[in-house]
Design a protein around this ligand. Sequence first.
Ligand SMILES: NC(=O)c1ccc[n+]([C@@H]2O[C@H](COP(=O)([O-])OP(=O)(O)OC[C@H]3O[C@@H](n4cnc5c(N)ncnc54)[C@H](OP(=O)(O)O)[C@@H]3O)[C@@H](O)[C@H]2O)c1
Length: 320
Amino acid sequence: METRELGKSGISLGVIGVGCWAMGGAFWGPADDQASVQAIQRSLDLGANFVDTAPFYGIGRSEEVVGRAIKGRREQVILATKFGLTWNEKGNLSGHDSSRKRILQEIDDSLRRLDVDCIDLYQAHWPDENTSIEEIITTMVELQQQGKIRAIGVSNYSVEQMKESMKYCQLDSIQPPYNMFQRDIEQEILPFCRENNIGVVSYGPMYQGLLTGKFFLTDQRPSDPLRSQHHELQGEKFDINRDTILKLKEIADARGKPLPQLAINWVLAQPGITVAICGARNSQQAEQNIAAAEWSLDKRELDKIEEILAERTQRLSALE
Ligand SMILES: NC(=O)c1ccc[n+]([C@@H]2O[C@H](COP(=O)([O-])OP(=O)(O)OC[C@H]3O[C@@H](n4cnc5c(N)ncnc54)[C@H](OP(=O)(O)O)[C@@H]3O)[C@@H](O)[C@H]2O)c1
């Protein structure tokens, strides 16, 4: 698998990352731990090395599953997790807490659940308006000096928040959402990361599975709490998105490739992207996603996709 450097960290990542959010169950509906372990192990067998999880994903469940999956093959894995979300007794999000006290507790919990001595990439999951960036980042630097973490990353931060972070550390990466339908980072974040050599480990290349086409081109609809009311699947938006997906599928079909791979490869073709973190629930999905690394979109295909997406944007703006 092609590898790319994570900013200035000296860490090399396979371009297809393994995302472990859905493996926590909860918002994603039921998860099968055995299938999750197999998805991670199959990904590693096929050459992936980057595995991304978080304590919030199933309130520790995803991290424990990752720990089981990588047991005995730690040296093959670049392991990423996060801190800074809090939850209530039902496992629902209750807020953000990236205070020094919370980080010091979370790192030890994550190391225990993952059953490792060191996290390769530790990330602030979301901004926390109650804690200064100085406090957050200096605590991460402290963990780095103690050898509990290697690289320092943030997720869902703005450019301003990244600039503030960079006063206190070498910022190695940001983890933002990015896919054909969610392109906000092209405005400021991607140019800033390119200029400053910061890794971009982007998440949701298939837009939580929507860009695989299954909810638009078949009768299948998501029943999980996360996606069942998804705004992209409602009313006239649904029709516009279905038309777009049909046109994208023509490009994938002409190449003889599945639509999920087209979605992943579109992300990887954008300048400044280090990794596309792809969620997978089982080894079949993992295999299909990893196989995206075997081909890439050419200029003609990328131009055609751009036209299709521009038409979608135009039709959506007419709805407003
Ligand atoms: N930092 C953050 O705030 C943040 C936020 C979101 C995600 N992330 C990270 O990024 C990762 C990926 O994002 P994501 O999981 O939201 O979105 P995604 O990768 O775009 O979509 C993943 C989902 O799509 C479906 N899928 C995957 N491969 C498929 C295939 N080949 N064919 C058909 N369906 C397929 C699966 O769900 P079904 O089978 O149920 O359809 C899977 O759970 C997460 O796991 C997490 O590690 C981070």
